[in-house]
Design a protein around this ligand. Sequence first.
Ligand code: NAP
Length: 330
Amino acid sequence: MGWTTAHVPDQSGRTALVTGASAGIGFETARVLAARGAHVVLACRDTGRGRAAAERIDGSTEVVPLDLASLASVRRAAGLVRERYRRLDLLVNNAGVMFPSYRRTEDGFEAHLGVNHLGHFALTGLLLDLMTSVPGSRVVTVASLAHRVGFGRLDEVAARSSTGRRSMTAYGRSKLANLLFARELQHRLAVAGAATVSVAAHPGLSPTALWHGDPPALARPVAAAGMRWLAQPVEAAALPSLRAAVDPAVHGGAYLGPSERFGGRGAPEATRSSRAARSGAERRRLWTLSEELTGVRYVCEPAVLEAPASAAETSSAPAVVVCPVTGARA
Ligand SMILES: NC(=O)c1ccc[n+]([C@@H]2O[C@H](COP(=O)([O-])OP(=O)(O)OC[C@H]3O[C@@H](n4cnc5c(N)ncnc54)[C@H](OP(=O)(O)O)[C@@H]3O)[C@@H](O)[C@H]2O)c1
């Protein structure tokens, strides 16, 4: 018997923020956390849908408006949370889009990268100092098996491109960015000696509204076949996020996903990411780019000289100054 919601410890006294909690995996994650006693902030693009979701949740919740396709909205949401809460135990970066109806976010970023990664990068940076001294606090970032098809450059050109709307590669790149972000955040938190850890998860495959976008013609039959053979109900698809958020045996830097059928379904276990997702040089490059594009800089003091994390990284990566994270200011 694998890990189930029965393993979720009592969450009384804890505050969790889940992005994209109005539907799908985010809703299920929020529902279970609230049922186990957490106060859950549902950070939702559409507050009407957010409130409807809250009504279906048995527990303590609050809805905060958050549109990750707008940095102004991200700042407003972070401001509201900071006004109302002095500490945050869990931040679940769950919201996501695939093949959306728009090409670019309000700030001109390619839609997948803008919503799935840059919006979450900014939100996390603006909230992190509510977490870094809270014992057991975690940032969970939801990636995807699709990070493996995130080919190409994760750079200014990709971020400003307007060609990704119906591209699995563009979605995959944003999910690769989620993984690189989660790992670099963990690295920085560990160097800083923060109480917070960063963990990544992926849900496998689940027939949620994510698949109601506007995919390229070829993707439809592939997705339909994949759904028949690999998919699992949303309750099971939320388990990797939940385990990443609450299992004391899970450590910072872990990546959890379903354990059966090529990672499409099954109980949540530690899983492997692609080689690209493990590149230290790439994750540092993405971090710098994300700070430049969002204008959210993670405050660093004092700076320490950090040796590259592994021998594999030494060949291409220059020595870098890595700064402890103590919070962030836009
Ligand atoms: N389902 C799968 O097979 C699958 C596979 C791999 C990874 N994932 C990942 O799992 C996560 C959850 O997806 P899901 O399957 O649960 O999809 P979903 O049912 O479509 O839910 C996505 C959530 O994100 C929200 N959202 C979309 N754009 C947003 C924005 N600009 N600002 C704030 N919130 C926004 C949606 O809000 P609205 O209700 O307003 O649309 C919704 O609450 C995503 O990160 C996705 O990439 C899913």
